[in-house]
Design a protein around this ligand. Structure first.
Ligand code: NAD
Length: 363
């Protein structure tokens, strides 16, 4: 029997609730496909810090090092709770960014998918999303402002200051662009490159590399769009987009905007692909406002399992079955509280009940 080991990091807030449903789906798929998933749980994030004094403890690093892939729940604390932890050791700076660096997970895939029958979940006017949406945001994940040198101190005049650096080299830019062009080749052969070359020199270099890489993909139509205009265009006419590629911070922000277009961040799974190891996580955070209530939407986490099946375990058929099952559940008028339909057309279920329905549909 084929066996894969999966590090399971449940994370904070709604993390354990939605991870439980994702794991049930993974196990069901394993039973049906004759694959054993050896699940290795380890603490990560705020919970890990309170337990061990580190958001990414050495024991968790060892579990992740030894796993074929990592399934990670959202991490993070509310603003007030965060103050109990020194800034450098807080879940993102002390756990998430070090994990991305450790496994060089440079390519973040964020599908923005809304099939036609679910278009009513979008807060946009129906004509904007008619026919549904199917966009892939590809975000560079281990460079730019989030990873650049940082310093803080006092000016000569005694004022507190910080200095954060936005740094990219051509190898880093080329690597993510190649991923994006390859993805465009598998789809509509249309690539929107998002940048800010009117202000940022890093975007000028980005555009130079776009031109160089584009020579290897003559079939792909490249459209340039400045990041602020991209935010407007995604609201006014999201259907024009297919594959979008951008640097780290732009991707962080625009993918949350995309979650708003879908109707909830709970519909945003993601894959963080590294040179040797990849991890899978929802695009959203730990949602402290609804944690512990059992009402979070597990789609983002179950979708992350689907991405793991496809990208780490070469099981695209099984991945498709997971997507289809969730689509069928929503299509039957079932949803979670975040997507409540103002006209009351949907039956609102808890996180666990939604997971039950997905399992029933998988058979
Ligand atoms: P958030 O993404 O946690 O929540 C934003 C809104 O979306 C909230 O109203 C929340 O209830 C809702 N939401 C998110 N996921 C949902 C789901 N699956 N089902 C239903 N509703 C959902 O953003 P935030 O509140 O700004 O951040 C909370 C914490 O998460 C912070 O500590 C932040 O740093 C952290 N964070 C972590 C990650 C990560 O682990 N990769 C990403 C983003 C934010």
């Amino acid at each position: 029997m084929t066996e894969y080991s999966v590090a399971v990091l449940e994370g904070d807030g709604i993390g354990p609730e939605i991870t439980a449903e994702a794991v049930r789906v993974l196990e069901r798929i394993g039973e049906q496909a004759g694959v054993r998933f050896d699940l290795r749980y380890a603490p990560f994030g705020g919970a890990a810090w309170f337990e061990t004094g580190s958001a990414f403890p050495e024991a968790t690093q060892a579990v992740c090092d030894g796993a074929d892939a990592i399934l990670k729940g959202p991490i993070g604390l509310g603003t007030e709770a965060s103050k109990q932890i020194p800034p450098e050791e807080q879940p993102e700076r002390g756990g998430l960014l070090p994990m991305r660096r450790r496994y060089n997970t440079f390519a973040n895939f964020r599908p923005v998918y809304l099939p036609p029958e679910l278009a009513h979940f979008s807060p946009l006017k129906p004509d904007r999303v008619e026919g549904g949406l199917d966009i892939i945001i590809i975000r560079e994940l281990v460079g730019g402002l989030y990873f650049g040198a940082k310093e803080k101190g006092f000016t000569d005049h005694g004022l507190r200051y910080v200095n954060e650096t936005l740094s990219y080299n051509e190898h880093e830019i080329r690597s993510i662009l190649v991923v994006a062009f390859e993805e465009a080749m598998k789809r509509r052969r249309l690539l929107h490159s998002v940048h800010k070359s009117n202000v940022l020199m890093s975007s000028v270099l980005w555009n130079d590399i776009v031109d160089e890489v584009a020579k290897d993909y003559p079939e792909v139509e490249v459209r340039h769009v400045i990041v602020d205009a991209a935010a407007t265009a995604m609201i006014l006419n999201p259907r024009q987009f297919d594959v979008m590629v951008m640097e780290n911070m732009f991707g962080d922000i625009l993918s949350d905007l995309a979650g708003g277009i879908l109707g909830s961040l709970g519909l945003m799974p993601s894959a963080c692909i590294g040179t040797e190891k990849s991890y899978y996580e929802p695009s959203h955070g730990s949602a402290p406002d609804i944690a512990g209530k059992g009402i979070a939407n597990p789609y983002s986490m179950i979708g992350s399992v689907a991405l793991m099946l496809e990208k780490s375990f070469n099981m695209p058929g099984e991945a498709q079955r997971v997507w289809d099952a969730m689509r069928k559940v929503f299509g039957a008028g079932i949803t979670t509280a975040d997507l409540r339909d103002p006209e009351g057309r949907c039956t609102v279920l808890t996180t666990r009940e939604f997971g039950d329905k997905v399992l029933e549909t998988l058979g």
